[in-house]
Write a protein that binds this ligand. Structure first.
Ligand SMILES: C=C(OP(=O)(O)O)C(=O)O
Ligand SMILES: [Mg+2]
Length: 429
């Protein structure tokens, strides 16, 4: 009886880019309440669920965050009041039915997701369990490798630096999440000095990484290797590198334009370009190496690189089982990026993760470039045994809150905590 939802209140708050987003509070009949908020991307896949935002009105027909909030108050809340907050699947199914579209275009994916996450948190509170255990069971103990984006490029740096969007470090040789976070922050601080010595800017991009005006996409990798060494670690062995070029952003009709290098490459040439980077640098994961609509190109990329690195699909799969299943059937990647707001509900995100794991694919959990201080994805990553996550640089409150939450979980688990380490990364032999 006391687990019934009594009230749902949504409001507008600001995200890390200073744009409006949604925060939701859900109250139960026992007087308990839980809160969640919703992030937003900049390099969004075209097949992502539709969110109502104010910063891109043209794309979403002028429907802003306030309209999504109105949908929560006028349509979603009346339908959910009286429901048991612990019934995640029924709650999500009800909202999806109320929406009635393929891509949540009627109520807004941000409206549905905010309620979905706040209800899950309330369910955890009602069950007297920490969120990661509520979602993942009492056996949930796998702490992920934190992949920290320490050089930002592409749209996240307003195209002033590298064409590639994200250069991440993965301290996979550490013995625990807290050690990995410490190693990552030491490399980040060392990188600041490396950039300063080269006379490059140490201003930061959307995800807290530095955004230097480099002349190629190799340059950031050179600086990162120098920073890893300067911090006292062995590149590759202690700290590896992951990249997300977010190539949909610089491709058109199968041609990829690298402005910094004055080059125009097709999918085969891009695959060779990546192969050379992987020869020369300790890169262990490549996300969105090719564009969201270049399904044929992805096969070329897979055949060249799947034995050497984890090949993650972000824009191409958009956390949607329809596209992930196609990727599995056509064998063109070995991992999917997992972003809650690409699909717009917690249960559908679980479906995507389960599909990947059933097919021996990796799952790489991700924040968005426009974030809030909500640390939901930290608990979710542990619950899903995803093994690795990316949530920006070890800098700025909205990014470090996720890493900090993982360290809290590790402390709570004590000797039961297991750090995912190198095993988290997929490679097809
Ligand atoms: C996190 C990413 O960026 P955004 O949130 O801008 O899509 C990404 O592309 O993986
Ligand atoms: Mg991406």
């Amino acid at each position: 009886m006391n687990n019934q939802i009594q009230q749902i209140t949504a409001r507008e708050i600001l995200d890390s880019r200073g744009n409006p987003t949604i925060e939701v509070d859900v109250f139960d009949t026992a007087g308990r309440s839980a809160r969640a908020s919703v992030p937003s991307g900049a390099s969004t896949g075209s097949r992502e669920a539709i969110e109502f935002r104010d910063n891109d009105k043209s794309r979403f027909g002028g429907k802003g965050v306030l309209q999504a909030i109105e949908h929560i108050h006028q349509t979603i809340a009346p339908a959910l009041i009286g429901c048991d907050a612990r019934q995640m699947r029924q709650i999500d199914a009800k909202m999806i039915e109320l929406d009635g579209t393929e891509n949540k275009a009627k109520l807004g994916a941000n409206a549905i997701l905010g309620v979905s996450l706040a209800c899950a948190r309330l369910g955890a509170l009602q069950s007297d369990l920490p969120l990661y255990q509520y979602l993942g069971g009492t056996g949930a103990n796998l702490l992920p490798v934190p992949c920290m984006n320490i050089i930002n490029g592409g749209v996240h740096a307003r195209w002033q630096g590298a064409d590639f969007q994200e250069f991440m470090i993965a301290p996979w040789g550490a013995g625990s999440i807290s050690e990995a976070v410490r190693w990552g922050s030491e490399v980040y601080q060392a990188l600041r000095n490396v950039l300063k010595e080269k006379g490059l800017s140490t201003g930061i991009g959307d995800e807290g990484g530095f955004a230097p005006q480099v002349k190629s996409n190799r340059e950031p990798l050179e600086y990162i290797v120098q920073a890893i060494e300067a911090a006292g670690f062995k590149p590759g062995e202690d700290v590896a590198i992951c990249i997300d070029p977010a190539s949909s952003e610089f491709s058109e009709n199968g041609i990829y334009t690298l402005k910094t290098e004055n080059a125009k490459l097709n999918a085969t040439q891009m695959s060779d370009y990546y192969a050379k980077l992987i020869d020369d640098f300790p890169v262990v994961l490549l996300e969105d190496g090719l564009a969201e609509d270049d399904w044929e190109g992805w096969k070329v990329l897979y055949n060249k690189l799947a034995g050497r690195v984890e090949l993650v699909g972000d824009d191409i799969f958009v956390t949607n089982i329809t596209y992930i299943q196609r990727g599995i059937d056509e064998q063109l990647a070995n991992s999917a990026l997992i972003k809650l707001n690409q699909i717009g509900s917690l249960s559908e995100t679980f479906d995507a993760v389960n599909l990947c794991h059933q097919n021996n694919w990796g799952t790489f959990v991700s924040h968005r470039s426009g974030e809030t201080t909500d640390s939901f994805i930290a608990d979710m990553t542990v619950a899903m045994r995803a093994g690795h996550l990316k949530t920006g640089a070890p800098c700025r409150g909205e990014r470090v809150e996720k890493y900090n939450q993982l360290m809290r979980i590790e402390q709570q688990l004590g000797s039961a905590a297991v750090f995912a380490g190198k095993n988290a990364f997929i490679r097809n032999c």
